[in-house]
Every structure is written in C-alpha cells, then in structure tokens.
Design a protein around this ligand. Structure first.
Ligand code: NAD
Ligand code: ZN
Length: 365
C-alpha cells in the first residue's frame, strides 16, 4: 500500500492507495470511527461499489447508512445540498460522525461542502471513484456547489480526515471518463515535473487501457504532487496552488461555451486548455514551439483535444475571452494565466493582455 500524507500546519491526514482497498476500508475506518456513525453518500452509477464497501464494513462488524443521489453535475446544486443536509440531520449525524463521499468529483465536492456546513463542520472521508477524483478533486479540501452565477461559486475549504483510493474501481468507469481524468494526471508533469511528463508519454496508453501498474504509479505520483502543492498553499493565497490551474482558464471558457455539459468533459477542456497555454507561451517566445507541439502531440495521441478545433467548440476569440472574465480567479480586473517556459516549467503571469488572447484564439485553426 502507498501512503501520501497531506501536511497542513498542525494537521496531517493520510491518503491511502491500493487495489482492492474498497473492500478493506473497515481496516482504516474502524480506528477512525469507532462507535461513531458512518453515512455513505454516493450516486446511482456507483451503486455496485457501494455494495462492495458496505459488505466489507458489515463483514468487520461495522454498520453504515447510505444515501444515493442522482448522478451528474446537476447534483452540485442548492436544492440537492439542502436535501442532503436535511437527510443527514434526520439520520442524527453529529460532528464526530463520518460522512463518506463515495463517487466522482461531483459527490466529493457536494458531500465535502455538506460536511463543512453541517453543524458547523463534521468529519468526512473521501473514497474517490473516478480517475479525476482520485488524482485531483479528493485531495486538497476544496468543496463546492454551482449556482446560476457559475461553477463552484459557493463552497468552503474543508479537509477530509482520510482519503481511500482503490484504483480497481476504475475498471467500471467509461473510457471517455478515464481519458478525461488523465488530462489532470499529465498536468502535473506539465506544471513542474518533466521526468513525469516523459513517463506519461511512454505509459499513458497502458494507463488508460487499465494497466494496473501504470495506473497505480500515476495515481500515487499525481496525489503526491498535489499534496505537495496544497501543503505549500492550503488556501490559495501565495500563488503556489494556482499552478494547479494550468489549462483551466482556457479550458473553463471552452467548458462554459459547451454549457458545462457532456459535450465537453472538464478533463477534455483542461487538455485543450493546456495545449493552448503552451501554444500561447510559444507565440510569445516563452517556451519553444517544439515544446508546444510535443504537448499537443501527446494529448492527441491519447485521444484528448489538442486545441480548440478538436473540442468541437466554434466560438470566436471575443466570446471565449468574455467567458474568461467571469472566471473565479479574476480579481480586480486582472485574470492570472498559467504560462510555461518549457515542459515542467509553468509560471503564473498576471500581465496577460486579454485583447492579445482574443487575437491568439481567433488565429487558432
Ligand atoms: P462525476 O463525479 O460526475 O463522475 C463522472 C461520471 O462517472 C458520473 O456519471 C458518475 O456517476 C460516474 N462514475 C463515478 N465513478 C464511477 C465508477 N467507478 N464506475 C462507473 N461510473 C462511475 O465527475 P468527475 O469528473 O469525477 O468530477 C467532476 C467534478 O469535480 C466537477 O464538478 C468539478 O468541479 C469537480 N472538481 C473539483 C476539484 C476540487 O479540488 N474539489 C478538482 C477538480 C474537479
Ligand atoms: Zn481541473
């Protein structure tokens, strides 16, 4: 078993990674939750894994309750949040009880936020079941719901007590979702880890096809990278954590244009956004054209969008830049961009001129 500790000031919590961990969750939840209530919240597509988790718990003499929500981004809403909080209160959940988020990023963000506000904060555990959630959203303590004003506009930082990652649960995840999650894996190589990018070039195909060794290595490496970045900047105040947004400003505009729908998954938008961030950097002589082409070629080789055209979105530069202005990261009229001096050399630039970004986007094939 691999363990990555997330160290945050005076608190540390472990992320455990191992195939088959779901059925053995009692070994780790037992000491944490002795005598306390366990409520598992999941979505309908994850029912199969819910059964496995509960069987393992009951085999170890631990009782649990379950709440099953509808799948999809629509569940990150005020209405579902309110209903979930009411259900947890009806079950009598107290601060020292554990709410378990078993699912993808939607369940993790929603349940984490419910745990943050329920009785001013109760304990929670993440058991992520998508690649995206395993390498990104379950780590770091960001929780949120969406409102008509935008995605993730209402939320809180609320760290889990424990994260259990069982890569085997990805066997049931649709290939398109695996590929989209992979965009957040390779992102760590692009940010500050050229050697990991090279590893990705050689192993991405196997990882996406379900090779257990490649999958476990990638998840462990990605989680360790995220834990390191989050530990350096838990509440996104000194710029370090912002590195994780590589590809997300361009990507967010594409996602918004697609209406945050299945037309373009988050990871697909991030892939296109990373290719654009490198192309834009190359246009300004910050990184070489060769690096930008290498990034795009890798994304295309694994079947991810390598630019605007490959996303199927046909918006003008002006439309996309307009959507960027509503980005949460915009502050005082300045929108910080993640640009690159090379693969593994990403940096935050607060001086990017949006008129120039618009012209760049209009030039894209
Ligand atoms: P998701 O939770 O919607 O999961 C994708 C689909 O896969 C859903 O239909 C789900 O029901 C299904 N599914 C989940 N696990 C499965 C499994 N093992 N087998 C079969 N089907 C399964 O989406 P996601 O991509 O995991 O997460 C996206 C969300 O994460 C977005 O809302 C995004 O804002 C959020 N996010 C949060 C953070 C953070 O730091 N908190 C970071 C990145 C993304
Ligand atoms: Zn992301």
């Amino acid at each position: 078993m691999k363990t990555v500790n997330v160290a945050l000031g005076d608190r540390t919590y472990p992320i455990l990674i191992q195939g088959g961990l779901l059925r053995r969750a009692a070994d780790h939840l037992g000491p944490l939750a002795a005598g306390r209530r366990l409520v598992i919240v999941t979505d309908e597509n994850v029912r199969h894994h819910l059964d496995a988790l509960r069987e393992g718990l009951s085999g170890a003499g631990m009782s649990s309750e379950a709440i099953v929500l509808p799948p999809g981004e629509g569940s990150k809403s005020w209405a579902v949040l309110a209903d979930l909080c009411d259900q947890l209160l009806t079950l009598g959940v107290e601060r020292q009880d554990h709410v378990i988020a078993l699912g993808g990023g939607v369940i993790g963000d929603l349940v984490g936020f419910a745990a943050a506000i329920l009785k001013r904060g109760c304990r929670f555990v993440q058991i992520p079941t998508t690649l995206l959630a395993q390498v990104d959203s379950s780590v770091g303590g960001k929780t949120a719901i969406n409102t008509p004003a935008g995605k993730n506009m209402i939320g809180a930082f609320h760290q889990p007590a424990l994260v259990l990652i069982d890569p085997d649960v990805l066997d049931t995840l649709p290939a398109r979702q695996v590929r989209a999650g992979y965009a957040e894996v390779v992102k760590y190589g692009l940010i500050d880890d050229f050697a990991f990018f090279e590893w990705c070039e050689h192993n991405a195909a196997g990882l996406i096809a379900g090779d257990a060794e490649a999958r476990n290595h990638a998840i462990t490496h990605a989680v360790a990278s995220k834990a390191r970045i989050v530990a350096a900047d838990e509440h996104e105040t000194n710029g370090t954590r912002a590195l994780l947004n590589l590809g997300h400003t361009f990507g967010h505009a594409l996602e918004a244009e697609a209406g945050f729908s299945d037309r373009l998954l988050h990871g697909e938008a991030v892939a296109a956004g990373c290719a654009l961030a490198f192309a834009y950097s190359a246009r300004h002589g910050l990184c070489s054209g060769q690096d930008a082409r290498r990034v795009a070629a890798h994304l295309a080789a694994v079947g991810l969008p390598d630019g605007v055209a490959a996303t199927g979105i046909t918006a003008s530069g002006a439309q996309l830049v307009d959507l960027m202005r509503y980005d949460k990261k915009a502050s005082g009229g300045v929108l910080p961009f993640l640009l690159a001096k090379g693969i593994g050399q990403t940096f935050l630039d607060r001086t990017v001129d949006l008129a120039d970004v618009e012209a760049f986007l209009d030039e894209q094939p």
